[in-house]
Design a protein around this ligand. Structure first.
Ligand code: MN
Length: 232
């Protein structure tokens, strides 16, 4: 047995709907600008861009029902309601017509974003990491196995803050659908079992103030809700 100098870190994982077992999470990938209306609200042209990706650390995961601290270094924490793909079978150069067979399940998620830091990074042509990959930035609901939900082509995705509707769209409006995302991403990295892919957010992103609760729901896939503490 290997002798490690420090205790091994805990294995990040997410609940599975209807099961006591947990889904072990390896990496978290995220798609940028995957709904035309959101690309426009961020000042971009949705017709020109192939999918692009950024990442979050797996230990940034937060589960449905959690309370998290208002994150440091920001005054503009934003919600981004997203469909999350859970990869069950890895691979590279996955053809689009085989891509769905690599999916283990789906969940609602919230790609929490320090929008002020992202705006600064964009202006300075610097990486987005500190805007996207901070502690507790990856909210994920219980994963629904494909065996239960199939591969939903359309479903309403909604985001509320303290009960007020902020985002409402259909996952069918994604510029790059699930199979295309997997095909593109697998040309850039070798996907592995346990990888999660956040698939981008529709229009209506906005702030979550200290003390507020934010809930993302996708029809047929449950919810991913989080409460942010009143003080940072
Ligand atoms: Mn996002």
């Amino acid at each position: 047995m290997t002798d490690y100098a420090l205790p091994l870190p805990p294995q990040p994982s997410v609940a599975i709907a209807g099961s006591a077992a947990r889904f072990p999470v390896r990496r978290i990938f995220c798609v940028g600008r995957n709904y035309a209306e959101h690309a426009r609200e961020m000042g971009n042209d949705p017709t020109k861009e192939p999918p692009f990706f950024f990442t979050k650390p797996a230990d940034a995961l937060v589960e449905d029902g959690a309370t998290i601290a208002y994150p440091p270094a920001t005054r503009d924490l934003h919600h981004e309601a997203e469909l999350v793909i859970a990869i069950g079978t890895g691979g590279a150069d996955i053809p689009e017509d085989r891509a769905l067979s690599h999916v283990w399940g789906y969940a609602p998620g919230n790609d929490l974003t320090r929008r002020d830091l992202q705006a600064e990074a964009k202006a300075a042509r610097r990486p987005w990491d500190m805007a996207k990959a901070f502690d507790a930035s990856a909210v994920c609901g219980a994963i629904v196995p494909v065996a239960r939900c199939g591969h939903p082509a359309r479903a309403t995705i909604r985001c509320t803050v303290n009960g007020a509707l902020r985002q409402e769209a259909d996952i069918a409006d994604m510029i790059w659908p699930v199979a295309g995302i997997i095909a593109h991403l697998s040309r850039l990295v070798t996907l592995a079992p346990g990888d999660l892919i956040y698939t981008g957010t529709p229009a209506g992103v906005g702030a979550i103030a200290p003390g507020e609760s934010c809930v993302v729901e996708i029809a047929g896939l449950g919810r991913a809700g989080v409460t942010v503490t009143a003080t940072g």
